[in-house]
Ligand binder design. Sequence first.
Ligand SMILES: Cc1ncc(C[n+]2csc(CCOP(=O)(O)OP(=O)(O)O)c2C)c(N)n1
Ligand SMILES: [Mg+2]
Length: 360
Amino acid sequence: MLIRGFDPLKGKMLQILDPEGNIIDEKLNPDLNDDTLLTMYKTMLLGRVVDTKALQYQRQGRMLTYAPVKGQEAASVGVISALDKEDWMVPAFRELPGMLYKGAPLQRLLLYWLGNEEGNNLEESLRILPISVPIASQINHAAGLAYARKVQDKKEVVVAFVGDGGTSHGEFHEGLNFGAVFDVPMIVIIQNNQWAISTPRATQTKAETLAQKAIGYGINGIQVDGNDPLAMYVATKKAKENALKGMGPTLIEAVTYRMGPHTTSDDPTIYRSNEEVAEWEAKDPLKRFKAYLVDKKLWTEKEDEALAKEYNDYVNKEFKEVEATGLMPLEDTFKYNYETMHKDLQDQLEEYKAYLKEVE
Ligand SMILES: Cc1ncc(C[n+]2csc(CCOP(=O)(O)OP(=O)(O)O)c2C)c(N)n1
Ligand SMILES: [Mg+2]
């Protein structure tokens, strides 16, 4: 068991901060210093502002498809805040706030979502693998990376993110089984945001919790309130300690909710009710974390408003610079598939160029 009293089964979810921002059990409170708490909150707030702005840019035709994070900020920030600089992050595509916390420059992330693959080219020292859209690919990448760190006797952990839908993919099983058998220092975070596009969690698997899948691999698993940054921190910290003791991987199910559309190409009103969204809005991770900080006298509503405005201007400024970089040359999409472009690809490129001329 990762934390006493919280096994991976139904009804045993770890929660420290309730939706109103009250500490449920002082004994579980990680008692983080004020700076860390504020950095966590501010990063979540920046993530929220980026999200709002990105949706606007996309609707204005200034950005390609974007995958909103709204509602899931704590599930990545809580995790990354429990890591150290030398640890590795293997993101899926809904971890923007966590990537910011680990030091990814906002301009790079905006460039990626603008539609320029160069945005995925992050400084190696950040130890963040590129955003990977192929579902569950993260688990095999992380298992291999963690195995390599173990063989090299490095004291580092690798944290991979996957969605609830991703747990149905073969790579989820392959990576976790490999990681468990070889006791690799890996932590897998399932961002259970209740939906995989229009497929609800209830029809994704017959298992009562996603965390209980850990039992099948013989590893620790825990279900955590993914909208509670303190609970996510505590679970990740403990999983890291265990991994460095040679105890192998941990599976953490973060119970959260995607408050926005799957991507900017999706209309969630077709498949889910407003009541459901409202129910989760009441559990908003930013709302509860802010209430906690205000109550602790670390933060005020006034400061919050001022910072949100400051972030708004900052994101606008950063995005303008990103827009000036623009998209990659069209040819690149075709060029880097093979060392030399074969005839079929060349034909496709010509066809595409002709199409562009036609629609111009
Ligand atoms: C291998 C693969 N198959 C299908 C897709 C198309 N696809 C993109 S997101 C998605 C659903 C993912 O759901 P989930 O894992 O719950 O993550 P979420 O989008 O909710 O964060 C699918 C099927 C893909 N990206 N990769
Ligand atoms: Mg999902």
